[in-house]
Design a protein around this ligand. Sequence first.
Ligand code: ATP
Ligand code: MG
Length: 701
Amino acid sequence: MGSATSATSPRAPAKVDDLLDGLDPEQRAAAVAPRGPVCVLAGAGTGKTRTITHRIAHLVRSGHVAPGQVLAVTFTARAAGEMRARLRALGVEGAQARTFHAAALRQLRYFWPRVVGDQQWELLEGKLRMVGQAANRVGAGTEPEVLRDLAGEIEWAKASLVSPDDYPAVASRLQRDIPESPARVAEVYRMYERLKTGASLLDFDDLLLHTTAALEEHGAVANEFRDRYRCFVVDEYQDVTPLQQRLLDAWVGGRDDLTVVGDANQTIYSFGGASPKPLLEFTRRFPEAAVVRLERDYRSTPQVVELANRVIGAARGRPAGSRLRLVGQRPDGPPPRFAEHDDEPAEAAAAAARIAELLDSGVAASEIAILYRVNAQSEAYEQALAERGIPYLVRGGQRFFDRREVRQAVIALRQAAASSPEGELADLVRRVLAAVGLTDQPPQGGAAKERWDALLALVELAEELQRTVEGVTLRQYIAELEQRAAAQHPPTVEGVTLASLHAAKGLEWDAVFLVGLAEGTMPIQHADGDERAVEEERRLFYVGVTRAREHLSLSWALSRHPGGRRSRRRSRFLYGLVPEDHPTARVARQARPQPKSAAGKAKCRICGGALLATMEIKLGRCGSCPSDLDEDLLSRLKEWRVERARELKVPAYVVFTDATLVAIAEQRPMDHSALVAISGIGAGKLDRFGAEVLAVVRAAN
Ligand code: ATP
Ligand code: MG
């Protein structure tokens, strides 16, 4: 199951010590730290989520806390569901693992009558329409993009605990990028709140706000809550918003039984008001906290880890305390693949073709994911996969539990459970679902196959439960379904996952396709020119790279439509990652007078011997032959590079690597053909920097 989890152990480990067998010494230190504050600061794939589930299991097993007193929160419903699955596999039943919103929703429903009385409310799922009404009333723009930006801004303000009254001052101070004046946005915000309250609706942020208020302002509510929950765990803590933090504080209520884990380099929701500060400053708040850092990456092959290190190594302005270098623990795997395509359909077709190969080689469809920057990109991939008959599911697509056949199935299962049937769970479920259309063999493609896949997923969930919970009953299974429906956590449908990079956080797959890596998409257009926004995009790219266990494919297309102008450029984040001998260097090679890149053909310009090592080829001489480096020229080139990199807002090596500068300073090219003959200078660099470099060389002569 694109499972960060695939609950590995079929039965819960028997003894507390066995429980800790699957942890390395640092993970174990975090898992067995006594009750109290614990902070795990570590990179992707180092086992943070694994560590906290083991910590919960350990605290429960050793009698420090009852399962029902544990509240674990994370960022997506899927991650919460996977946490529950991992806990179950460790023999812990009854611990709450939810998103902040799902936890708040539940608590609010429970406490609401006592706090507010019998006034009913409904959940407002999307705020766009109401923001539209509000914008209309106050005379602000109502174009779709403007409304989207306004809704995003209201969300940001609420997550940041900024009221309509305070908004103008805060927005001006922070120079928020908004479609209307701060005062006008505040009016829309105020009107939106008024309309919403008038209609007895609560939006998602209100769930958190009201729950926080209930706990902060009603002593009896707080006491009952604190009696019930005693141990708190937060995963992905780097993306906590001030509002979530306030709710968390209300939950914890001055106690200190709080475990947080996160990776500041995976902060990808700053645009929504999240900040890694509470993670990085945890020890300031709890000086006695046990702090654990993890560096071993258990998820990915060294090849993927190496790429991930390079991606995040190029980040600018990384917060102090976030510099970790991952060390891959798995055996070697294939090198990451890079591919450039003429257009998006070609890119999608190539991904589908490669996926077909992976499926043939035995990789399960559910172990493959295609990740993109924005949901609109999924269409080309859906089409390409459908053409090959490869099953897929789109995350954020039609909600699983809203599907007609799933609703029918749940009704049929409930009816069946009423008669307390005997037998193994999976058999029972299969029998009941046969009545609503689950055949032995899948139907051919299309909507019928999708329905069949959904029903099969229900059977597979039953099988998984049967493996992990001894003697599980149909009623327990239905309870699990209800919990999942409430949390919007569908069971895994056997198929390739299509998801946005944001939705992929915390998850992992054997094979990951990062697609659409072209400027304007990655980083997204509106981030361009804003260094902090570009850095957030880079972290998003890092999140994508680190989802892959073994096969990683990175691709981009030069034009959107077939036959379109091939005017797009590959993502700036790929600079320095695409290997020198990659075919996309073809442009560069064509421009080169004598192809030199083929290893073995290049000759040392001093002794005439064959050059093999990349560095030697780059320098155009053997490592052992004397350097005829012009030191003065080299320092001028470096000065030029510093300036250029500053202008372009890129790290210096993106302009030229040290080795290339050394090669230029040694070979002193006087014209374009001499310059392009230096390995590492392709057509792109020649176009952008050729004239300037030649001017520096000439000036030094
Ligand atoms: P992310 O930052 O992406 O959320 P994470 O730090 O939470 O990553 P996990 O998902 O907990 O990492 O672990 C990554 C993978 O490595 C999982 O498949 C997990 O089971 C495995 N793993 C973690 N620790 C160990 C270990 N000590 N031995 C073997 N496998 C491990
Ligand atoms: Mg995790």
